[in-house]
Design a protein around this ligand. Structure first.
Ligand code: SAM
Length: 495
């Protein structure tokens, strides 16, 4: 689909027409990867004043939320038809995303003869100010995506791209019988997967969480770039649900300086790159790495565990200077076997349907499969379970290091063989370096395991339960000398 764009100079009249108020600031273009952003027109200060300076006010009727799309559909027959055929369940987060994406898709829909579809609204013009290339990995070329080989982002990107393809095919299936969709989208293949990928990237990189409207897109406020040292924040007024941008307390901002918000303090570099297409240079705080976990291939309960688990099968490792911590609800479920007391049953419900139930030591724990870390507490084999968790974690970290190492040369040589956007290369290399550092710290610091759990690996090796479980008769004095061998034996036993 050909997207028309408007120059930035047209944003001011658009804002005036739609009652957006700018106070001492404007949207301007930055000559680097940040693209457009907000900047002050004069020196501002919030020092020693009780009322924080307001910078931007956006009326509620411009906020693009699930509720707004529903309202638009009341007056737009084409949108209504589209939502009925292909809309998501607005009560679900995924449904909200899908409805907003469909709405955005309609705004960029125009026939080659210049005819547009649907009822015009402020967003029909506003989408023309949005960038048509967003540096998120879903919009990278195949060659550029190869820069991520070996990182935690690679499997997420593969999964996201196949999800986008599935969604796009489903959209075609569900809307081929609608006359206007056939004419504007499917005849001559006017609508492409790239268009769907673009609206997904718009939603991902520009949506905000608002206290009253939920996840939404807010015109003009979505021109604010991110900084870890953000000097502004946004609020939604309860009186009229309008959205405002305010200066942070106790800050001075020079005339012409950029006004930034925070896109989230706890996001990992991979999440930042995935959702926004950049990694903040100045982010020196905690670094997080989220690794997907695969069940053990020989585990007969593997499939059932994945189905029954309430959450993501991942481990989140955080490095704050030399301090390493980790968190994984799945690992504690993953390491349990039938002999330990884990059981799966398919039961018939009162309505005749069948459901998979999970039992731990005879108790139904189907609804709390993400709490095995506490469920195993005070079990006689708790030490064994903890040791299995630590061993698997150790294996997973080392496997990821190898994966990242193995691809270093190929990635380094990529840009000399194929065309890679320098900004993509810079961000991908930054991600690789930060992940390598976290992984190395995690692997080197075997002491970290002591901080992970109440009982460190070393202590666990001395645990009577572990020794008994392994049928070994190592006494305390000999433990240290035999540790290497024990480690090996335990690793063979648990891997
Ligand atoms: C909410 S939009 C902000 C407005 C955007 N710059 C534009 O031109 O429309 C988010 C996008 O801005 C860019 N961005 C925001 N903060 C950035 C930063 N600190 N460094 C680099 N790019 C940034 C990224 O492309 C991100 O996907």
């Amino acid at each position: 689909m050909h997207c028309t764009t408007l120059p930035l100079s047209a944003l001011e009249p658009w804002s005036r027409l739609n009652d957006v108020t700018y106070l001492d600031c404007q949207t301007r273009k930055f000559e680097d990867a940040r693209g457009k952003g907000l900047a002050t027109l004069k020196k501002l200060s919030s020092q020693n004043i009780s009322e924080r300076p307001t910078l931007l006010i956006i009326p509620h009727d411009l906020v693009l939320s699930a509720e707004a799309v529903e309202e638009f559909a009341k007056v737009d027959q084409h949108l209504k038809e589209l939502l009925t055929a292909a809309g998501g369940q607005a009560s679900l987060k995924t449904g909200l995303r899908r409805d907003i994406m469909l709405f955005l898709l309609m705004q960029i829909t125009c026939h080659p003869d210049g005819q547009c579809v649907g009822v015009r609204n402020p967003w029909t013009e506003y989408v023309k100010f949005l960038p048509i290339h967003i540096p998120v990995p879903t919009m990278w070329s195949e060659e550029e995506s190869m820069m991520l080989t070996g990182t935690s982002l690679q499997p997420a990107l593969v999964a996201k791209k196949s999800a986008l393809l599935l969604e796009f095919e489903e959209l075609q299936d569900r809307t081929s019988s609608i006359a206007w969709c056939r004419k504007f989208w499917w005849e001559n293949h006017a609508l492409t997967l790239e268009d769907w990928t673009l609206v997904d990237a718009w939603f991902r990189s520009r949506s905000l969480e608002l206290p009253k409207s939920g996840e939404a897109m807010v015109p003009c406020l979505d021109m604010a770039n991110h900084s870890v040292a953000a000097n502004t924040y946004y609020e939604q007024f309860s009186s009229d649900n309008s959205v405002t941008l305010l200066l942070n307390p106790d800050v001075d901002v020079e005339a012409g300086s950029e006004l930034t918000i925070s896109y989230g303090y706890a996001k990992s570099n991979a999440e930042m790159l995935f959702s926004y297409g950049f990694i903040d240079e100045s982010d020196k705080t905690a670094q997080t790495l989220v690794l997907p976990l695969e069940t053990i291939s020989e585990d007969p309960l593997a499939k059932a565990k994945v189905i029954a688990f309430k959450g993501q099968p991942v481990v989140r490792i955080t490095a704050k200077q030399d301090d390493i911590t980790w968190e994984s609800k799945f690992l504690y479920f993953m390491i349990l076997n039938e002999e330990d007391g884990l059981e799966f049953k398919v039961l018939q419900d009162v309505d005749g349907s069948r459901s998979l139930r999970v039992f731990w030591c005879g108790k139904d724990v189907t609804d709390v499969t993400d709490t095995f870390q506490s469920l195993i507490k005070s079990h006689e084999l708790e030490d064994i379970f903890t040791l299995r968790v630590l061993t698997l974690l150790d294996d997973r970290v080392r496997q990821q290091i190898e994966h990242l190492d193995d691809t270093v040369t190929a990635v380094r040589e990529l840009s000399s063989v194929v065309e890679i956007d320098p900004n993509v290369e810079k961000n991908a290399l930054k991600l690789r370096a930060s992940e390598a550092l976290i992984l190395q710290k995690a692997a080197d610091n075997l002491q970290l395991q002591a901080s992970y759990s109440r009982a460190g690996k070393k202590e666990l090796l001395r645990s009577e339960v572990v020794i008994g479980y392994l049928g070994s008769n190592i006494d305390d004095d000999e433990t240290d000398q035999h540790e290497t061998n024990d480690n090996k034996q335990i690793e063979d036993d648990f891997s």
